[in-house]
Write a protein that binds this ligand. Structure first.
Ligand SMILES: [Zn+2]
Length: 295
């Protein structure tokens, strides 16, 4: 399996267009600190085809930034075979609209996520005149075969709906993805509201894990002043503190352990922040834009 980290930021990116916080200001001063919306490209082999995990508002830039995802010279044949969604949040789905130039767009998600996209964002209705949009359901506990020899499975992590889908009925609105190749396995979990036994089991025998690094501490959304809710109440367990995930992540046997999906308020957006050393002591890193792995 081959993995490319396309982006590592939570909603808004780093910098966020309307934000002047320390992290955003730092990224404006130091372009190497910029982070695009969190996404991965995965393939069973280096020759592709490729699947992207989540379709962010940065998707077409993320594709252009990497030769393996660009079309071959002549014609319009993209090596992109489909999009796998962890949830229906805007920062993970707006990129679907940018794929309208394709003759076919293949989406894999849970039934709840597809319902949200169809009823709330009207994705199917809007894209149907442009492209052939097809959907495959990720059912609880069931592996789906992808082109190129990968298998993907959804691991429910929460029932938190996007705000635009607040009226929709309950379901698996947010999942982690377990992706297995012929050799190597990966878990991608950009939103963890609860470190469940089911999620822990999937993480405990994966070669490579990418975990929710949205907030450093639970009070961060409050102290930063953009929400009255804590990180946990926003559906993201923090990295540090009593409910923090760092201890659990440190104990996993995975060869590669990363935090991703960083909010712009997270001190880890500053590469000189002392928090990096705390994580490094436990063998944990913050995922970098563009990094390539072969788990
Ligand atoms: Zn900011």
């Amino acid at each position: 399996m081959r993995v490319r980290v396309l982006g590592t930021a939570a909603g808004g990116g780093v910098p966020q267009w309307n934000c002047g916080c320390g992290g955003c200001a730092g990224a404006r001063r130091h372009p190497e600190r910029r982070r695009s919306h969190a996404s991965l490209a995965v393939s069973g082999s280096s020759a592709g085809p490729w699947y992207v995990v989540n379709a962010t508002p940065d998707l077409t830039d993320q594709i252009e930034a990497w030769a393996d995802l660009r079309p071959e010279p002549g014609g319009r044949r993209s090596p992109l075979a489909g999009v796998i969604l962890t949830d229906a949040e805007l920062d993970h789905t707006l990129g679907l609209f940018q794929l309208r130039e394709a003759s076919r767009v293949s989406v894999l998600s849970t039934a709840a996520v597809w319902r949200g996209l169809s009823n709330g964002l009207r994705v199917h209705e809007v894209l149907a005149p442009y492209t052939d949009l097809s959907w495959r359901e990720l059912r609880d506990g069931e592996s789906v075969r992808l082109d190129g020899g990968l298998r993907v499975r959804a691991v429910p992590v929460s029932g938190k709906r996007p705000r635009y889908a607040a009226e929709e009925r309950a379901g698996h609105w947010s999942v982690a993805l377990r992706i297995d190749g012929e050799r190597g396995s990966l878990v991608y979990a950009p939103a963890i509201a609860d470190w469940s036994p089911e999620l822990d089991k999937e993480l405990s025998d994966a070669d490579c894990v990418f975990v929710d690094g949205t907030f450093w501490d639970d009070q961060e959304p409050r102290t930063a002043g953009f929400s009255r809710r804590t990180a946990t109440q926003m559906g993201h367990l923090p990295i540090s503190g009593p409910s923090g995930t760092a201890g659990r992540l440190a104990r996993l046997p995975a060869r590669h352990r990363f935090y991703t999906h960083l909010n712009n308020t997270n001190p880890l957006t500053d590469p000189d922040a002392p928090q990096h050393a705390l994580l490094a002591a436990d063998g944990i890193e913050v995922a970098a834009e563009g990094m390539i792995l072969e788990p």
